[in-house]
Design a binder for this molecule. Structure first.
Ligand code: G16
Length: 543
């Protein structure tokens, strides 16, 4: 078993985006491409010799091949042990859980999250640090800088390692330990939630459905919901994980989780419906004929946290990404705890959680989580809701409507324009920036623009500054429009427009969000000249 040093030259554009490096599978399959990125990670993360690395992915096409490369390179670079999920599987929150539990040096997670999978689709990789969370910007920037001047990588010349069975294999100086992907995570969930109460709920008339979208949460949901909590067989739909996710788009939203949505709005709709995404970090929550926006869900979890065994002592604080609605801010105010507004992307929550400044955090993009791990966590959010329902014994719709009565309703919607010409999208953003001085004072219908800016964040823990995080148009009545370009797409640009207004009057809580926001939606088109720049008049996805 010899360590081979192969000379290589940099590949262009290996800059990790919002959630690591995401590219088409074909890009990753180029000889040396993955190796360059992995070596760049190993080169900049410090002295890990003899320590433990966690490796796993969402099981998408190219997962297995990538893991073999990563393991052989880990051995050649001096790791002492790698913990890898059986068959190379670990959901993103489970990987975070394993990194923390076994005090690993860090982990490599293979996923392109909710993006479709298959030979012509997407693949991705990201490095998580010892706290279990995504590497902070300083580290991802260092990785990127290294990819630009890398000249060689190290790999152990050895046969592929068997990953189908639990057990330990020695390769070179390193141990490869294959672990059950579900066990540690399920134990953590059991330590947070009242499994007896949920079991009792599920044994009565209450009916639920969980859509795993043929992605990584299938095995997790079957073990936790059906085996441990006694939900009837068949509660988990699309539960067989496939390397192309069944040809679908495993993004749990009203557009892509079609089967679940049809069921929840059908004649015999279950009481509770939930879905998770490709790598298990996102969640969508539905009641019978009722959709809970992710922003409302975060606020409701925060307001009800004391009902959950893991949070009976209360929560330290909350955080949300800037484009997420301010619903949780109102809960924080009432609870007398801090609320932080961060840029988009989970990595910004890590420092706040490590410093015990926040317990719960979330994003409008179907991501919710807490300090139990350092990733957003789909099944955790589902169990949180089930635990609340088991205690309160009212419907999802009643919980949400009561919440609005108490706190007011934040009408909210996100419009995505996918596959837009990248140059046109940048030009539109530049145009918007050029209008910062001119817009304040202008009115759009009843609403008057108060201020415009490009969101900038100073991390309260390490004082690092992240600027250019999204253009905000803030109105005098508290409503707002946010424009940003996605950092996770792999084709062209995705323009995201986030629209929000606040309604205190319960008489006006029953509107459809698109209707309630229609004047702001129109204003967004006028302010950005979206159609002129991009040729688009209708969004690809509305949430
Ligand atoms: C999108 C969402 C973000 C989220 C990110 C990563 O980013 O808008 O809120 O943090 O995906 O999510 P995941 O890890 O589930 O892929 P962007 O940059 O495309 O807007």
């Amino acid at each position: 078993m010899a360590v081979i040093i192969k000379s290589t030259t940099p590949f262009e554009g290996q800059r990790p985006g919002t959630s690591g490096l995401r590219k088409k599978v074909k890009v990753f399959q180029q000889p040396g491409y993955l190796e360059n990125f992995v070596q760049s990670v190993y080169d900049v993360i410090g002295d890990f010799s003899g320590s433990t690395l966690v490796v796993g992915g969402d099981g998408r096409y190219y997962n297995k091949e990538a893991i073999q490369i990563i393991l052989k390179m880990a051995a050649a670079n001096g790791f002492g042990r790698v913990l890898v999920g059986r068959d190379g599987i670990l959901s993103t929150p489970a990987a975070s859980c394993v990194i923390r539990k076994y005090e690993a040096y860090g982990g490599l997670i293979l996923s392109a999250s909710h993006n479709p999978a298959g030979p012509d689709e997407d693949f991705g990789i990201k490095y998580n640090i010892g706290s279990g969370g995504p590497a902070p910007e300083g580290v991802t920037e260092a990785i990127f800088a290294r990819t630009e001047n890398i000249s060689e990588y190290k790999i152990l010349e050895v046969d592929d390692i068997a990953l189908e069975k639990i057990g330990v294999t020695q390769i070179g100086e390193m141990q490869v330990e294959v672990i059950d992907p579900v066990t540690d995570y399920a134990e953590l969930m059991q330590s947070i939630f009242d499994f007896d109460a949920i079991r009792e709920l599920l044994s009565g008339d209450f009916r639920m459905a969980f859509d795993a979208m043929h992605a990584v949460t299938g095995p997790y949901a079957r073990v936790i919901l059906e085996e441990m909590l006694g939900a009837p067989d068949g509660t988990v739909i699309n539960g067989i994980a496939m390397d192309d996710f069944g040809g679908g788009h495993p993004d749990p939203n009203l557009t892509y989780a079609e089967e679940l949505v049809d069921m929840m709005y059908g004649e015999h709709a279950p009481d509770f419906g939930a879905a998770s995404d490709g790598d298990g970090d996102r969640n969508m929550i539905l009641g019978s004929h009722f959709f809970v926006t992710p922003s409302d869900s975060l606020a409701i979890l925060a307001a009800n946290a004391r009902l959950i065994p893991g949070y009976t002592d209360g929560i330290a604080g909350v955080a949300r990404s800037m484009p997420t609605s301010a619903a949780v801010d109102r809960v924080a105010e009432r609870l007398g705890i801090d609320c932080y507004e961060t840029p988009t992307g989970w990595k910004f929550f890590g420092n706040l959680m490590d410093a015990d400044k926040v317990t719960l955090c979330g994003e409008e993009s179907f991501g919710t989580g807490s300090s139990h791990v350092r990733e957003k966590d789909g099944p955790w959010a589902v169990l949180f809701w089930l635990n609340i329902l088991a205690v309160r014994r009212v419907s999802v719709e009643e919980i949400v409507k009561e919440h609005w009565m108490l706190y007011g309703r934040n009408y909210y919607s996100r419009h995505d324009y996918e596959g837009v010409d990248a140059v046109a999208a940048e030009e539109m953003m530049a145009y918007l920036r050029s209008r910062f001085e001119k817009l304040p004072g202008n009115n759009f219908g009843e609403r008057i623009v108060k201020a415009c800016d490009d969101f900038s964040y100073t991390d309260p823990v390490d004082q690092s500054v992240s600027s250019g995080q999204g253009i905000r148009v803030l109105f005098e009545d508290g409503s707002r429009i946010v424009f940003r370009l996605s950092g996770t797409g792999t084709e062209g640009a995705t323009v995201r427009i986030y629209i929000e207004s606040f309604e205190h009057d319960p008489e006006r809580h029953g509107m459809d969000a698109q209707e309630a926001l229609s004047d702001l939606i129109e204003a967004a088109a006028i302010i950005s000249r979206l159609q002129e720049f991009t040729g688009r008049s209708e969004p690809t996805v509305i949430t």
